[in-house]
Design a protein around this ligand. Structure first.
Ligand SMILES: [Zn+2]
Length: 134
């Protein structure tokens, strides 16, 4: 994973006309910050030589420094994946539409969460599902 991160970069003029371009900028910035932090966490994990993929159950109750580092990495990895998907949706022209019901995601929501995948009501349903599973 040493290749360039930006596979296809739109020409500047095209980006400027794109109504979603400010979200795109926001997403790119966020992604760069996350990647930098993820690398720093990975370096820390290498130093301590901790098992990175130990399951949550095995480690339950044990809150060592490594667990915290793993948790950060996991959250960042999820957000990175969500950001990549959002950038893809911008390219495909479906950005800002809920991936579940297809309705428009409120701009206020996108401002707070530019990589939002669901509209507010679908997000609530998803949260409830995952909350119950945990
Ligand atoms: Zn929805």
């Amino acid at each position: 994973m040493t290749g360039p991160i930006e596979e296809r970069v739109k020409p500047a003029a095209q980006v400027a006309r794109d109504p979603d371009f400010r979200y795109r900028e926001e997403l790119m910035k966020r992604r760069a910050a996350l990647l930098a932090r993820t690398r720093a966490v990975e370096r820390d994990l290498e130093r301590t030589d901790a098992p990175v993929s130990a399951s949550r159950n095995e480690q339950a109750g044990e809150r060592s420094n490594d667990d915290v580092l793993c948790a950060i990495g996991e959250t960042d990895a999820k957000e990175l994946a969500a950001i990549s998907l959002a950038l893809r949706r911008i390219e495909l022209g479906s950005y800002g539409l809920c991936t579940l019901c297809g309705h428009k995601i409120a701009p206020e929501r996108l401002r707070v969460l530019p990589h939002a995948e669901y509209c507010e009501s679908c997000a609530l349903i998803e949260d409830a599902k995952h909350g119950a599973a945990r």
